[in-house]
Design a protein around this ligand. Structure first.
Ligand SMILES: [Zn+2]
Length: 718
């Protein structure tokens, strides 16, 4: 029974603000349900989970979108409603439909509402960035962002209710404005303008930020539109039975979604991989549920196995013998990394290491690509060894190249967490260049683009040079020809000692653009990328001819990581640990000497193996502590590739917002999404596209055990 309201006869204008707020929350929840449907569409288009996980995924996406939009959208609906209560902007839709001063005031009100919304988004983004940078505790930064955001919304509502009516009223009295909006249907014109602005903005953002992904923006825009539509539907400001039934139903969905979120890892994995609104809600929930502040929750499917101990979480390094499972996998394991190995008596003299940015193995004709992208690499493989399953240690340049130079997996390297580009804390770790220099080699590095690594990562190189610098003002560093010229110039300097030269070509990295003189494969992004690979390959041909003319050299050619082209809705790299981003070419051969019989070896190897292999072939003793194994026997044809699971990592930093680990063991791969608390397993031989998740099969259980033992052994703390 609702007692009669004294002012009820005075229409919605007299309704109590508290009541309006409640209706606003109910409307926002309804808008959340609409947004959830959009979000589910995004998930199904990008990473459809297996049929078994589909109902749970749908429920969680819907429930989390309802909860997320209800909490964040309610203040906006309240703002629209409070604006609508004022006589000047009352009955919004009718006013926009009728030419005249009322249309001007209504449109002005709409513009102000969207202006306030945009300002809130920008401010919220700035606060979130600041909080993320200033606080190590994710709970602290989430609370700060939420508090400031709430305060900003309250201030915005107050400002809007005080200023908007006066401003819109004043605009409504401008005759030229009334005339200007009285002609053709303004709504249509407005829709055209807004669409054009969206398309232009999207193009500008893509040109400015090469890794701009429009889907999250579209999903959030859909959510915002759903919120505004829900506000304009105006089912009445009295809380009727229908509103209560709707709110009750939506609340039940949210509760069911929270329960399902804790119980359905495959659904969490799909949401973390590609949902937008529900992913944000799930991350926020995990942050709030993270009791010990180590970045991982124990509840709601979070992967922290002891949420009362900051030192125990899935990204921790295992410490042997403390009777504790520090990294939540594999028990209290941990074995010391390989010890030093004496030099076997080397065969290599000069060493040329070439890395190309962003080249996946299956885009090189050396690995069977349909386009003739790499005839030079194929020719080199024809006189040496081609590793068919070579994996990067991490699909970002900043982690992969140090892993290659140090022969260590990224999370065992002392990266300084405070810096934007990776900088290592003071260390005395052995490096490929340092050990070669110690053995009398002249060492040098040439970068197509500088700033990716600093002197802490380049330890051991006597000198290095970069043609351009990454960051502000960097546009399209297609400079493979210039890099090659510099390399030939360096090699032309006479010196009595053997040399080690490392060259990093950047051309195939996005943005993609077919270089002058390169083959024209087409006008799609991938066509340009392939043309850049072909261009670099031709330059490598020029370089190898120069090297051959000057004597013999051991040549190692690989890439720092692969590149995605829409697989699982993902472009570029550094986004997940699937093969398109992780599997790279790796060819080792001698030029200027007698060719060996060509061999293709299928045992998985890693970029961390390059350093010990080159040292071994150069006759330099292997230092202790490297994760890599020497492939020298396989290169010389005197023994097999050492078989062991290789580790892949995605490390969270200022550019990467996910933590993932994976192993490739023979034909099989297991990927652990630490944020989602979910594992997936694949048979790479039968299912190279990694579509058929085998984690629930006996193979999944075997791989899970292998993962625990491997991570403890390879990434464990000394
Ligand atoms: Zn790269």
């Amino acid at each position: 029974m609702v007692p009669p309201q004294p002012a009820a006869a005075g229409a919605g204008r007299a309704a109590l603000p508290a009541r309006i707020a409640l209706v606003a929350v109910a409307d926002a929840a309804l808008a959340g349900a609409l947004a959830g449907v959009v979000d589910l569409g995004v998930v199904l288009a990008r990473t459809p989970p297996g049929a078994g996980a589909l109902p749970a995924t749908a429920l969680i996406v819907l429930g989390l979108a309802i909860a997320g939009v209800a909490l964040t959208g309610a203040p906006l609906i309240l703002l629209v409603r409070l604006l609508g209560r004022h006589p000047q902007v009352h009955s919004f839709g009718r006013r926009i439909a009728t030419p005249g001063p009322d249309r001007v005031t209504a449109l002005a009100g709409l513009a102000i509402a969207f202006g306030v919304l945009a300002a809130l988004w920008v401010a919220g983004f700035a606060v979130a960035r600041f909080a993320h940078a200033a606080y190590n505790s994710s709970t602290g930064s989430a609370l700060l962002t939420a508090t400031v955001g709430l305060g900003a919304q309250v201030v915005a509502v107050l400002l809007a209710t005080a200023i908007a009516p006066r401003l819109t009223g004043w605009l409504g009295r401008r005759r030229w404005l009334v005339r200007a909006t009285s002609g053709l249907p303004v709504g249509l014109g407005l829709a055209v303008v807004v669409s054009a602005a969206l398309v232009t903005g999207d193009r500008l953002l893509r040109a400015r930020f090469h890794s701009w992904d429009p889907v999250p923006a579209y999903a959030w825009a859909a959510a915002a539109i759903a919120v505004v539509v829900a506000a304009m539907v105006r089912p009445g400001e009295r809380i009727g039975r229908r509103a209560i039934a709707v709110s009750g139903g939506l609340t039940l969905i949210v509760i069911a979604a929270l329960i399902a979120a804790g119980a359905a890892p495959a659904a969490r994995g799909a949401i973390m991989a590609s949902a937008v609104i529900s992913q944000g809600a799930l991350r926020t929930l995990h942050r709030l549920a993270d009791r010990d502040g180590d970045g991982y929750a124990g509840a709601l499917g979070g992967s922290d196995c002891d949420d009362g101990d900051r030192a125990v979480h899935p990204a921790a390094r295992e410490r042997a013998g403390n009777r504790r499972d520090d990294n939540c996998v594999g028990g209290d394991g941990g074995v010391a990394p390989p010890a030093a190995v004496a030099a076997p008596g080397g065969v290599a003299g000069n060493v040329l290491l070439i890395t190309i940015d962003s080249v996946r193995a299956d885009h090189t004709s050396a690995y069977g690509y349909r386009r003739p992208t790499t005839p030079v690499l194929a020719g080199l493989a024809g006189r040496g060894v081609r590793f068919e399953r070579a994996e990067t240690a991490s699909p970002t340049t900043r982690r992969a190249l140090p892993a290659l130079l140090f022969g260590r997996y990224p999370s065992t390297l002392p990266f300084d967490p405070a810096t934007r580009m990776p900088r290592l804390l003071p260390h005395a770790l052995p490096t490929l260049a340092g050990e070669l220099a110690g053995a009398g080699y002249r060492t040098h590095a040439i970068f197509s683009v500088g700033g990716l690594l600093d002197d802490t990562a380049l330890a051991g190189f006597a000198s290095s040079e970069a043609l351009t610098r990454y960051g502000r003002g960097y546009q399209r560093p297609d400079n493979a020809a210039e890099v090659t010229d510099r390399a030939l110039a360096w090699l032309a300097r006479p010196a009595p000692t053997p040399w080690f030269l490392w060259i990093h070509y950047f051309d195939p990295h996005h943005p993609y653009e077919t270089p002058p003189g390169a083959p024209h494969f087409g006008d799609q992004p991938m066509d340009h990328h392939d043309a850049e690979i072909a261009h670099v390959d031709a330059q490598i041909g020029r370089l190898l001819a120069g090297v051959e003319g000057a004597g013999a050299a051991l040549v190692v050619i690989t890439a720092d990581h692969g590149e995605a082209f829409g697989e699982r809705g993902v472009s570029f790299h550094g986004k997940n640990l699937h093969e398109e981003q992780t599997r790279v070419p790796l060819v080792i051969a001698t030029v200027g000497g007698a060719p060996s019989a060509p061999r293709a070896l299928a045992t998985p190897v890693s970029l961390v193996d390059v350093a010990p292999t080159v040292l071994d072939l150069a006759g330099v003793a292997l230092p202790a502590g490297m994760n890599g194994r020497s492939l020298a026997a396989a290169v010389l044809g005197t023994g097999p590739v050492p078989a062991r699971p290789v580790v892949l990592e995605l490390v969270r930093d200022r550019f990467v917002d996910r933590r993932m680990l994976a192993i490739v063991d023979g034909d099989h791969k297991l990927i652990w999404d630490l944020d989602a608390g979910a594992m997936t397993a694949f048979d790479l031989r039968r299912d190279p596209g990694e579509r058929d998740d085998l984690i629930a099969t006996p193979l999944g259980a075997v791989l899970r055990a292998t993962l625990g033992a491997t991570l403890d052994r390879e990434l464990g703390a000394p």
